[in-house]
Structure formats: C-alpha cells, structure tokens
Design a protein around this ligand. Structure first.
Ligand code: AMP
Length: 427
C-alpha cells in the first residue's frame, strides 16, 4: 500500500475518468453560455462570516460541516462549502447592481464540507453553480431550471426527476411555520424521531425533509406550505409552473422539499437521477431573494442552482452513458538512427505548430517496439524515419487503421499531414 493516501472523503480524478469530466464540464459551460451566463472565479476561501450569514446559522453546513481555520494573521476563514454566498459577496463588492440586471454568472470548482463520506458523498466535491442575480421575474427561475434541464438532457440522462416546491417569503413563511406547521408537529410529537424533535425546536421546516423512517407518516400528512403562500408568492409559483408546462418540462410537486440552506425563498427544486442509491441528487437550487441584503447589499432578488459533478459522472456510469473520447496526438514519430531521431524531433515541432498533436518515441528502441507504442498512443499516422530514408530526403508514413504506407518527401510532410488531418479530414 502507498505510504500516503488522498485525505478521507477526497479523490483523485485519474486520466481514465477525464473523458467524463471534460465532457460534463464542457457541456455545462456551453449550456450556461447559451443562456447568457458568464464565468466568474471567486476565492476558494472567504471570511467565515460570509458563509455563516449567507448559508445560515441553523443549517447543517454551518453547524457541522465547514472547514474553518484561523490564518497566520488571526482571521477566521472558511473553505467554501458552496458558491452562492461567495458569488453574491463579489456581486456586492464590485457594485454589479449598476450593470444591466440580472447579472448572470456561473462558476465551476471544488467545494468543501465535513460530511460522513459514503458513495456519492465526499468532503471535497465539485460544483457547477449558476446564479442569476437582480431579477424577481419567475422567468428567471424558469431559466435556471432550464439550464439544469438542458445540462442533464444534453448528457443523455434518462429518468430524470425534477422536484419542485415553493417555500414562500418572510411574509408568509413564518406564519405558516408558527400557526400551522409547529402546532401540527406538536400534535403528533410522539410519532417523531428524537432528531426530528430537536429539529422541531431549532428549525421546524427541516422536519419536512427528514429521512428518519419513523417520522415519515407524520411529515407525509403535514399541511403543505403551498396552500399557505401569500398572493404574491402564489402567483410567482403559478407563473413558473406555467412556463414549465408550456415547454413540457416534467416536474413533480413535492411539498416536503425545503432544502438545507436558510437563504431560499419561494422556488426550491432538486434534480435526482436513477442509479445513485441514497445520494441521488445531481443538482438543486432555488430563489434567494434575501441573500444580497443579508450580506450587506441593497435588497436584490436572486435565483440559482448547483450541480455536483462527481455525482453526474457516477450517474452517467450507472446509466451506461459513455462520454466522447478525448483527442490524442494524431501523429507518432518512429525513428532509427541518431540523425533520424533529431529529424523526428524537429519535424514533430513543425507539425504541432500547424495545430496537429504529435509524439516522438523516447529512447532508441527497435522499430517494432516503437510501432507498438504508436498503436497504443491512439495516433492515426506513424511517420517512420531512418537514416537512409533521410539521406534521400524522404520519410515513410503509415496510416494505422488501414495499414496503407507511402513515401512522402520530407519537406512536404507538414503540409501532407495538415491536408489530411486539418484541412480535409476524412470523416
Ligand atoms: P447543495 O449545495 O447541497 O444543494 O448541493 C448541490 C449539488 O452538489 C447536489 O445536488 C449534489 O449533486 C452535489 N453535492 C452536495 N453535497 C455533496 C457531497 N458531499 N458530495 C458530492 N456531491 C455533493
């Protein structure tokens, strides 16, 4: 066994898995761009306060999962457990409210949560996070859900499930919790698990999405918040559903969906995929109209979603969906003799300058051994150079798939390859 291993809950993404990763990330960027989202980079760590306020004190993330540390200057910093709070911090700090609204941004990168690792749940995972800040129109919610939909369908997912709920706003949610939900849960407190009794004290809404088996009958029969929304929230939700219906995006209403972050208002949604077992959420999001203000900005609506890349890759594998292969260098130089090797190095350099990937065999192995390396490399053409051919100003070029081989004048080689591989590639 190796002396050192990647820390618990983290993993290496090895070359064999890169076709999946590059495909998923490339697709995410393409879809985001189609909707007018721009990339943003934000720091991997922020002042701890950004997440404590932005994610919310009653949440699992803030209470149990943050990687918080003091730097050498005595500041409390936290590795980002999600992107939204940091992106909103950047929106406020850089005065983005003077730009045309909404400001639509996306980020891709690692996030960190101290969770109990299991299949599909890690301490470092990678998110694609899409945020639309500055617009209250339900069309903005629809757009965010559409980005999610387009991403998963472009990847070829079958049996996707979109779950949707509205959790109201600071005007209608507190009365629902206080006057409807809490009295109901109290009336059936004997049937709740110990953990849910604690949640009932601290964050009653979270009882709704409990996974505790014994609490299920209680929450299944709980009065739905959707029936207690104020008229504005109710209209907003109806309009979002109108767009989803109009474009035939399937979804399921789930009155128990509340999601883990404090800052959500109105729309919340989650996307699940088949084949993942317990950790089957491949993405989720919602509206966060209070967040900009909580982080010190002017009242500004916002809506966003995040997808977990590791889980998407796991789901693709579980569903038997293969990624497109990644391009390998297409030309491999094989050489025999000292001058031939030097010529191969120089010619490969010229070939790459014309935009074609090229490899040169290392060492001085036999032609046969080099040819084996060439086939394993995935190249299409092998250029064979020997000192005698070189003296004639020629090289041999072999097309690996057909086995066809011909002599090419050395001075024409770069143009010859460019013509076949770039200008007029065969299908
Ligand atoms: P959240 O910010 O919790 O809504 O997470 C957004 C998405 O990130 C989820 O839908 C998952 O796909 C993914 N995700 C969240 N937590 C983890 C984790 N611990 N390990 C792997 N993926 C995760």
């Amino acid at each position: 066994m190796a002396r050192y291993q990647a820390p618990r809950g983290t993993q290496d993404v090895l070359p064999d898995d890169q076709p999946y990763w590059q495909w998923v990330l490339g697709t995410a960027r393409d879809v985001a761009a189609k909707y007018g989202f721009w990339p943003i980079e934000v720091p991997v760590f922020e002042e701890t306060e950004v997440f404590v306020r932005g994610v919310g004190t009653g949440t699992d993330i803030v209470e149990k999962e943050m990687y918080t540390f003091e730097d050498r200057g005595g500041r409390s910093l936290t590795l980002r457990p999600e992107f939204t709070a940091g992106i909103v911090r950047a929106y406020i700090e850089h005065g983005m409210r003077v730009r045309p609204q909404p400001v639509k941004l996306y980020a891709i990168g690692p996030v960190f949560r101290y969770e109990a690792p299991q299949a599909g749940r890690y301490r470092q995972h990678t998110q694609f996070s899409c945020e639309s800040i500055g617009e209250a129109d339900p069309l903005a919610d629809f757009e965010i859900m559409s980005v999610a939909w387009d991403l998963y369908t472009a990847l070829g997912f079958r049996e996707l499930q979109f779950q949707l709920n509205s959790i109201g706003c600071p005007r209608c949610r507190p009365p629902y919790i206080r006057d409807v939900l809490v009295p109901y849960l109290h009336s059936r407190r004997d049937e709740l698990s110990k953990l849910d009794l604690e949640r009932l004290q601290k964050n009653p809404l979270r009882v709704l999405d409990t996974k505790e088996p014994e609490s299920q009958p209680v929450v299944n029969e709980a009065p739905s918040i959707v029936e207690h929304l104020c008229s504005e929230c109710s209209e907003h939700f109806a309009q979002l559903r109108f767009y989803l219906d109009m474009l035939e995006r399937p979804y399921e209403l789930n009155p128990r969906l509340v999601r883990g972050l404090d800052y959500y208002t109105r729309t919340v949604f989650e996307v699940t995929a088949q084949g993942l077992g317990a950790q089957n959420a491949v993405g989720g999001g919602g509206r966060y109209d209070g967040l900009v203000e909580v982080l010190g900005g002017a009242p500004t609506p916002g809506v966003g979603f995040a997808a977990g890349i590791e889980r998407i890759v796991l789901a693709l594998k579980a569903q038997g969906i293969a990624p497109p292969s990644m391009p390998a260098p297409r030309v491999f130089f094989v050489h025999r003799g000292r001058l031939a090797k030097d010529a191969a190095v120089a010619l490969a350099d010229q070939v790459r300058r014309r935009g074609v990937g090229a490899l040169v065999a290392f060492g001085e192995r036999s032609i046969k051994a080099q040819m084996r390396q060439a086939s394993k490399s995935g190249a299409e053409y092998v250029v064979i150079i020997g000192d005698e051919e070189l003296a004639r100003g020629e090289v041999q070029v072999k097309h690996l798939e057909t086995g066809h081989q011909e002599a090419v004048v050395q001075a024409n080689l770069v143009a010859w390859l460019h013509e076949r591989l770039v200008a007029h590639p065969s299908p």
